[in-house]
Design a protein around this ligand. Structure first.
Ligand SMILES: Nc1ncnc2c1ncn2[C@@H]1O[C@H](COP(=O)(O)OP(=O)(O)OP(=O)(O)O)[C@@H](O)[C@H]1O
Ligand SMILES: [Mg+2]
Length: 259
């Protein structure tokens, strides 16, 4: 579904991503792991149209989408969530969902701010959709809460919910599990699985929580120092000496777990 072909990107003298190629197959939940600074988020930024690559191509269902801006990719069904959630803290949870379609129309932040009340008032369909999303994620009770008051984990759920307000078919999740407690993590994983199974979403997931990756993802891609060093299922990767070396070598917080 998403073909990443020999993507490279440098920041000054630092080669953040080097000649990375892999495919995210339609209907898969593909993992992307690697120590801090491996280049994972940079690669996501490139795929999501937020950052131009120095070289290489990105294809979405066969179509070359390299360099297309984020809002055009939204319309093609490719969306990304961020490592750090960026909700509108002074709007309610439901309003945060309802504003998504307006923002997708390519409207500026200011414009969507000025118009959200209009959306809320006028578009019953969007209201209904937002309520369905809240129900799906089992956070209907948080509907009228200010988004700024949510816990880190609840914000991650809201972030996932926002992708459900789009016609997303391919979703890039950057560390959905970061800072999420065990209970919410289970819920988040379940929501991702259900979206994949029941609604045909394809996912590519960056995550340091190896248990979450092992539960959700197959295959898993491993990056280190900007390069793709291995791919396969999690059980096999845990035994891969090069992968173990990459993790041990940096003393990163996310270990590979017991072999
Ligand atoms: N905008 C930028 N300007 C300069 N350097 C950057 C920029 N973005 C990323 N880098 C550098 O590129 C490298 C790759 O960063 P990136 O954020 O892609 O890593 P990551 O794999 O997502 O790491 P983490 O797991 O910590 O989120 C790092 O050395 C980082 O400091
Ligand atoms: Mg990152």
């Amino acid at each position: 579904m998403i073909e990443i072909e020999r993507i490279s990107r440098a920041f000054g003298g630092l080669q953040a991503v080097r000649e990375v190629s892999f495919t995210v197959a339609e209907g898969s939940i593909t993992g992307l792991i690697g120590p801090n600074g491996a280049g994972k988020s940079t690669l996501f930024g490139i795929v999501a149209g937020a950052l131009p690559p120095d070289s290489g191509r990105i294809r979405l269902q066969g179509e070359d989408i390299t360099g297309l801006p984020t809002h055009e990719l939204f319309h093609k069904g490719l969306v990304r969530t961020f490592q750090i959630p960026h909700e509108f803290s002074r709007m309610t949870v439901r309003e945060n969902l309802m504003i998504v379609p307006a923002r997708l129309a390519g409207e500026s932040l200011l414009r969507s701010w000025l118009q959200w009340w209009k959306v809320v008032r006028e578009d019953r369909a969007i209201l209904r959709q937002a309520d369905e999303v809240l129900e799906f994620l089992e956070i209907s009770h948080l509907r009228d809460e200010l988004a700024g008051n949510l816990s880190g984990g609840q914000k991650k759920l809201l972030d996932l919910g926002r992708t459900m307000m789009t016609d997303a078919k391919a979703v890039l999740l950057d560390e959905p599990g970061a800072g999420v407690n065990r209970t919410l993590l289970g819920k988040l994983a379940e929501a991702i699985e259900r979206l994949n199974r029941e609604r045909g979403y394809t996912f590519c997931v960056i995550e340091h929580d190896m248990d979450l990756i092992a539960r959700l993802c197959d295959p898993v891609m491993v990056m280190a120092n900007g390069e793709l060093i291995a791919q396969g299922d999690m059980a096999t990767l845990r035994e891969n000496p090069q992968v173990r070396e990459a993790y041990l070598g940096t003393g990163t917080s996310g270990g590979m777990g017991a072999a």
